[in-house]
Design a protein around this ligand. Structure first.
Ligand code: KG4
Ligand code: ZN
Length: 378
C-alpha cells in the first residue's frame, strides 16, 4: 500500500501519524489540554502558538515510531477543515513546506470524514492476523460522529460519497458535556471525568427534558439541556446542596439525557420508511410496532466516531438499541468503534486513513490551492 504522513492541527491537538492503507503505523498526539484548561475551552491564538512548537517534534516522532524515513513516504495528508482557522493554518503551512522540500504529493482531508471513517482503522499489532486485517465493510453504513465540535449522522453508500441526514442545530454533544462540566469544576475537556462521575451517580435523582422529540427530523439539539443544567446547578449552589454525590447524580442524568437523544434519533433513522428522502417514521406506527414488523433499513453497519465515542455508556446504549431493532426487524446491524481511545479524539491517524482511500482514487491537492476551510462540511 502507500505510506502516508498525516497531520492534524484543526483544534487543540498537534498530531502526526504514519498510515499504510487502513493500518496505523504510528499516531502521535501532542495535547494542549493543560494550556486551555484555565479558559474552559480552546483559546485560538494560544492553540496556534502551541501547534508551532509541537508539530515538528510530533512529525519526527511519528516517522521514528513507524520505523521509516522520508524516502518511504508517498504523500502528506493534511486536515483543511473544519476547525479553527489559525490552528489549521499551522498544519497547512508545514505541509506545503515539507511537500516542497521532499517532493511529495498532498492530500487535503475533511476532519469530519476522518472521524466518520475512524472505526475502519486497524492497529499495526494485528497486521498479520488475516481475519482482522481485512474486516469486511458492509455498505451502506451510518457514521455517527459525536465530538466536541460536531454531532452528525452521515449515510455512506460508498467511501467518498456521503449524505448528511441529521446534525445538531446548536451545540455539539461534547460541547454540552464540557460546558456543564465547567460549571461543576470538572476541568477541560470534561467528558472523560463526566463518564467517571456518572458511574457513581444514582439513577433518577435528576430528570432533564428530552429535546427534539417533537421534531419530525433526524436533527439534534443540546443547548436547551445545557441551559436547564446551568439553572439547576445555580439553584443547588444557592441552597448549598452541590455536594460530591449530587455532582455524581447530575453527571449521570446529564450524560444519560445526551445519549438518550442520540439513540432516540438513531432509532427513528433505522425505522425510517425511506431514508434517502429522510422520511420520518409516523408516530402511530412506532407505538404499535410488533416483533418482526419493523421496516428493513438499508443500513448494515453503524460507525461511531469522535471524542464522545470513547464513552462506554454511549456504546452500550447504541448496542441496546441495535438488539431491540434486531428483535423488531430480524436484521442484525453491527456497531463499529475505533480500536483505541486515541483514535476517538482528534488524531492524525484517522486523517491518514481517509487519505489512503483518496490516494487510490488519485485525489490530490495542489499546494498553491491548499487553504483553510474552517466551515468545511462533509
Ligand atoms: O473529537 P474530539 O477530540 O474533538 C473535536 O473534534 O471536537 O472530541 C472532544 C470531545 C470533548 O467534548 C470531550 O469532552 C469529549 O470529546 N469526550 C468525552 C469522553 N472523552 C472525550 N465525552 C464523554 N465521555 C468520554 N469518555
Ligand atoms: Zn475532531
Amino acid at each position: 500500500m502507500n505510506k502516508i504522513l498525516a497531520i492534524d492541527t484543526s483544534c487543540d491537538d498537534s498530531s502526526a501519524a504514519i498510515v499504510d492503507g487502513q493500518t496505523v503505523l504510528s499516531n502521535v498526539v501532542a495535547s494542549q489540554n493543560q494550556i486551555h484548561k484555565e479558559f474552559g475551552g480552546v483559546f485560538p491564538t494560544l492553540a496556534k502558538q502551541a501547534h508551532k512548537e509541537n508539530l515538528e517534534p510530533a512529525i519526527h516522532l511519528a516517522i521514528k515510531n513507524a520505523q521509516i524515513d522520508w524516502t518511504k513516504i508517498d504523500a502528506i495528508a493534511i486536515t483543511v477543515g473544519p476547525g479553527l482557522a489559525p490552528a489549521l493554518e499551522v498544519g497547512i503551512n508545514k505541509t506545503k513546506e515539507l511537500a516542497l522540500k521532499y517532493n511529495k504529493k498532498i492530500i487535503a482531508i475533511n476532519h469530519i470524514e476522518a472521524h466518520a471513517l475512524s472505526p475502519l482503522a486497524i492497529s499495526k499489532k494485528l497486521k498479520n492476523n488475516e481475519k482482522k486485517t481485512n474486516p469486511t465493510i458492509k455498505l451502506p453504513s451510518l457514521a455517527v460522529v459525536i465530538s466536541g465540535g460536531h454531532s452528525e449522522f452521515i449515510l455512506i453508500d460508498k467511501i467518498g460519497h456521503y449524505q448528511k441526514i441529521g446534525k445538531t442545530i446548536d451545540d455539539a454533544a461534547g460541547e454540552c458535556l464540557d460546558k456543564v462540566g465547567r460549571l461543576l469544576n470538572l476541568g477541560y475537556p470534561a467528558g472523560p471525568l463526566m463518564e467517571k462521575f456518572a458511574k457513581k451517580g444514582r439513577a433518577g435523582k435528576f430528570i432533564f427534558p428530552k429535546a427534539m422529540t417533537s421534531h419530525d427530523n433526524f436533527d439534534l439539539s443540546f443547548s436547551g439541556l445545557k441551559t436547564s443544567a446551568r439553572n439547576l446547578i445555580e439553584n443547588l449552589e444557592k441552597k448549598n446542596k452541590l455536594d460530591k454525590q449530587t455532582i455524581y447524580d447530575l453527571a449521570l442524568a446529564l450524560q444519560e439525557t445526551v445519549f438518550e437523544q442520540i439513540t432516540y434519533k438513531l432509532e427513528r433513522i433505522l425505522l425510517s420508511p425511506n431514508l434517502m428522502n429522510r422520511e420520518y417514521p409516523k408516530r402511530d406506527f412506532l407505538r404499535h410496532l410488533k416483533k418482526g414488523q419493523a421496516p428493513l433499513t438499508e443500513i448494515n453497519e453503524i460507525w461511531l466516531g469522535g471524542g464522545v465515542s470513547a464513552n462506554i455508556s454511549l456504546r452500550k446504549a447504541i448496542r441496546k438499541l441495535l438488539s431491540k431493532y434486531y428483535k423488531l426487524s430480524g436484521k442484525k446491524i453491527e456497531l463499529k468503534v475505533p480500536y483505541s481511545k486515541k483514535l476517538c479524539g482528534d488524531n492524525a491517524a484517522m486523517i491518514g486513513l481517509v487519505a489512503g482511500f483518496k490516494y487510490s482514487r488519485g485525489e490530490f491537492a495542489n499546494a498553491k490551492d491548499l487553504d483553510r476551510k474552517p466551515n468545511f462540511e462533509i
